[in-house]
Design a protein around this ligand. Structure first.
Ligand code: GLU
Length: 584
């Protein structure tokens, strides 16, 4: 079957599975030359394109898109949170990453989420000052622009300031997410004033302006990152964390953040995780994100099978089993590398993958597998960490991912977040942005590795990825979705590389997320499908689908020199894929 025929089949299958009108299942795809961008928001893609058209590079355009997403997608991301950016620098032919994950305030201890020795209620922890980490986004943007950009904050924030000032039209997805979070938002006066009308979610079609966020961006445009980390905005953040602006007598936990926590925040420039898969070089995010390592381990396991020659169900069974094994290792070993000596080289070794592969039964699904022992495959075996066999922690599934390239060949793959939908629920008074609840990404109780500690960054799953082939960019991929980010990136790579699907079909395909739990997470409508039945025959079990999984964005660099941007056709509303010069 040709690639385009595969695309049609998958689109049809998906629309039948999800009972949606076919037109809605059409993935936004744009092919052409010059720069390209794929985001989940039309306004954000337009901001990136405007900066590219003004001569900005991919890094400039990425910050412009991110700032606009902070306005149009404020429940997923923004300057109140943090993220991970992977950048391919065309001139140097190298990939670097910027870790601007939130850090725990200096007041944090491993007992911060315990009361009387017991873990506190997750939702109560989320909607509180105690869940807020020191935001890293502005520092990350600063590092990106200073080191690799060609423009200043003033230029790249201009499109977002315009959207925040003039407003944007509230979509069904936006209104739905607000409705889902009414309870959380109602507890905070600033948040209710911005996103609720008489205590109810803003409705689709409303024009929403955010002059306070425009003000915050203008201050950063004028004074740079210092405007955020020192002075009145920093004070407003610290006050909001320590004395949350509650409404209606709501009782929420306060945090303990100081001006020094903000002033001391640093982003980290880190070497990417490099792995290989069937002739591709994959560059992913290193710790404190578990994303790059876990995707790489699962692909190393899968590399030992000729997936494309197998019946689809057999290959998908192997995909689920490889993911399960990689997750067991992720949960046991991975955390902030400045606090924990994780056995990264062992986990990434092809020999370790071969040992893990030997555990897979080609015919039967396994359940709750134990972590492997990567130490035998590690250069430095001096500090062994006992594997932790703790049950899967609760992790939410939100965030945004997008990707940009420019005509020089620079590429950005960027995932950033405020953690849950609407983060902690606290909008900073006078500045219009939501504070994250990233600290709930720590395990609430020990033992190590991912326990809360002062200054530590909680383990993430974000997996922005850039793939090279023959030394040149081949594709980018990434997704939101908490721990399902890892499986969405993994599955999309398998769909594209092994099953030969075009990227739009690879992105569109129903998602299956196996994370070594009791059952595999699937999307609404999957349960009764032929695909589900074929996999059930191996013993796979499905979790009741709560929601769609992820909202991926990708760029493919075609052999003929053109570029194809791909976004989502139906998840999280509809995405937006644009190129500078369209091929049509
Ligand atoms: N906090 C999550 C992480 O870092 C991302 C948020 C989400 O996608 O839900 O992995």
């Amino acid at each position: 079957m040709t690639r385009s025929a595969t695309a049609l089949t998958c689109t049809l299958t998906l629309s039948i599975i999800l009972n949606a009108p076919l037109a809605l299942a059409k993935t936004p795809v744009a092919t052409g030359s010059g720069g390209a961008v794929a985001t989940i928001s039309e306004k954000a893609s337009q901001s990136a394109l405007a900066i590219l058209n003004k001569g900005g590079n991919a890094i400039d355009a990425a910050v412009a898109a991110a700032a606009t997403l902070g306005v149009t997608d404020p429940f997923s991301c923004g300057i109140g949170g943090g993220g991970f950016m992977v950048i391919y620098l065309a001139k140097d032919k190298r990939v670097i990453t910027i870790d601007h994950r939130e850090t725990a305030p200096a007041s944090f201890t491993p007992a911060v989420f315990l009361e009387g020795g017991k873990e506190i209620d997750f939702e109560k922890a989320v909607a509180s000052g105690a869940s807020v980490g020191v935001p890293g986004t502005v520092r990350g943007w600063h590092e990106a622009l200073e080191r690799y950009g060609s423009m200043k904050f003033k230029q790249v924030l201009a499109p977002a300031i315009d959207v925040a000032t003039k407003g944007f039209t509230v979509s069904d997805t936006f209104s739905h997410l607000t409705r889902e979070n009414e309870g959380k938002f109602r507890q905070f006066g600033t948040t209710s004033a911005l996103y609720l009308r008489d205590g109810k979610a803003v409705t689709a079609g409303t024009t929403l302006r955010n002059p306070d966020m425009a003000k915050a961006y203008r201050e950063i445009a004028a004074r740079g990152q210092r405007a955020f980390y020192e002075g009145p905005m920093a004070r407003a953040i610290v006050d909001a964390v320590n004395r949350p602006p509650v409404a209606n007598g709501a009782q929420v936990r306060a945090g303990r953040m100081t001006l020094a926590d903000l002033a001391n925040y640093e982003a980290r420039i880190r070497q990417p995780v490099l792995s290989t898969y069937r002739g591709y070089e994959l560059y992913g995010m290193p710790l404190p994100s578990s994303g790059g390592i876990t995707v790489a381990e699962a692909l190393n396991i899968l590399e030992g099978y000729d997936l494309k020659s197998l019946p689809r169900a057999n290959a998908e069974h192997l995909y689920l089993e490889a993911s399960r094994l990689a997750f067991a290792d992720r949960n046991a070993y991975l955390a902030d590398p400045e606090y924990v000596d994780a056995p990264v080289s062992g986990l990434l070794s092809k020999e370790f993958a071969a040992q893990r592969r030997a555990q897979i039964d080609l015919k039967r699904a396994s359940a709750n597998v134990s972590a492997g022992d990567p130490y035998a495959f590690q250069d430095d075996q001096s500090i062994p960490l006992r594997p932790q066999t703790r049950p899967l922690q609760r992790e939410s599934a939100h965030t945004t991912h997008f990707t940009v390239s420019d005509k020089e060949g620079n590429v950005v793959s960027y995932t950033f977040t405020i953690e849950s939908w609407g983060g902690s629920g606290i909008v900073v008074p006078g500045y219009g942005f939501l504070l994250n609840n990233e600290m709930t990404d720590f395990d609430f109780s020990g033992p190590r590795p991912n326990v809360p500690e002062a200054g530590k960054r909680p383990r993430s799953s974000m997996a922005p990825t850039i793939a090279l082939k023959d030394g040149k960019p081949a594709f980018t991929i990434g997704s939101p979705g908490g721990a399902t980010i890892i499986t969405t990136v993994l599955q999309t790579i398998v769909n594209y590389v092994d099953f030969g699907m075009p990227m739009d079909a690879a992105v569109n395909a129903p998602r299956l997320s196996e994370r070594n739990g009791a059952a595999t997470s699937v999307e609404p409508g999957f349960g009764g499908s032929a695909q589900a039945q074929a996999l059930s025959a191996f013993g796979h079990k499905w979790e009741d689908p709560a929601e769609e999984i992820g909202a991926a964005n990708a760029i493919v660099f075609n052999p003929d020199g053109t570029v194809t941007a791909v976004s989502e056709g139906r998840r999280h509303g509809v995405g937006s894929a644009l190129v500078q010069k369209s091929a049509h």
